[in-house]
Design a protein around this ligand. Sequence first.
Ligand code: SAM
Ligand code: SF4
Length: 354
Amino acid sequence: MNADVRRGTITLYQADAREALPRYADDAPAHDAHGRRIDYLRVSLTDRCNMRCVYCMPDIGMKYLPRPELLTTDELLLVLRAAARAGFRKLRLTGGEPTLRPDLVDIVRRARAIPGIEHIAMTTNALRLAQLAGPLRAAGLDRVNISIDTLDADAFRRMTRGGDLARVWAGIQAADDAGLLPIKLNAVIVRGLNDHEVERLAALTLEHRWEMRFIEVMPLTGVADVASDGVVRSDELIGRLTAAFGPLEDLGHTASDSATRRRIRGARGSLGFISSVSDPFCASCNRMRLTSDGRLHLCLLRDDELDLRAAIRAGADEAAIEQRIRHAVAIKPWGHGLPDGVLPTLRGMSALGG
Ligand code: SAM
Ligand code: SF4
């Protein structure tokens, strides 16, 4: 493999479609060198967004990929078919904001038809969900995660640099009506911005069957200043919510889920705590990311990538792409360096999809 060493310690695996890779058996699901079965692909459909959340994008200096660099619908579907052959079973569509992609409903319909793909979810800011929830459900989308960091419209506008909370609510309602269930709501908690709202957010679960998830802010490139002072650890939140609502019922932790789950006694919904900084879940990691320009990003908090787009554009077929995906799984690194280690520098969260 031709390794291009950039910025000192970062290894970017360049795609050279003519280069010989190790040959992987193609009759079993892909496992990495650490014994983890990798069967969950998070697919970033675009690096663009109609909001600019303070913990995700910097205020100035954002550069977006030129459109010809994005995978076309057909290229993307080729990768998804190859991933299914390599044993991937679950897809999550993300971004940037996935609903900005004009072919989104078509992508869902075609992905749904791929043998082996059992579950398709999407993470969205919900601004366009009121129109799209029904067509997406009809096309085969199973469920959605929706970002909502505060219930105060002014604070929401500030945190998202212009987002309209009423539209997000309409999107949540439309997702509920369309049956995109269970709905999970994501709040990235940043000290001094929205940490005073966790009790109000948690109280949503008293009446709704939603899962309200609290995410520790991660110091991705472009937002390290927000994250460095802003992390609120999950154990602090659990303590506060216990003080407010009484002892929380422990719902455990599914092996491949990033959240540990609790419930307020008597609530219809549940709470989730995603402790990527204070308690990383690398041991149970089952995921890999596909960037919108067609690179497999091997670990969220590292820069290692393997380019599939160059191989596709050089003529690689589904079987050859499957082999590259199996290779990416085989070389997937173990563990990230948070809270003190070397941080990724090549892409921010809006390009990686969370
Ligand atoms: N635009 C969609 C949305 O906001 O739901 C999907 C893409 S967004 C990058 C995916 C998830 O990443 C969201 O739940 C968002 O809150 C989360 N996220 C963004 N920046 C983050 C950060 N610095 N630390 C932790 N989570 C972050
Ligand atoms: Fe856009 Fe999602 Fe990032 Fe907010 S978190 S800026 S909605 S990609």
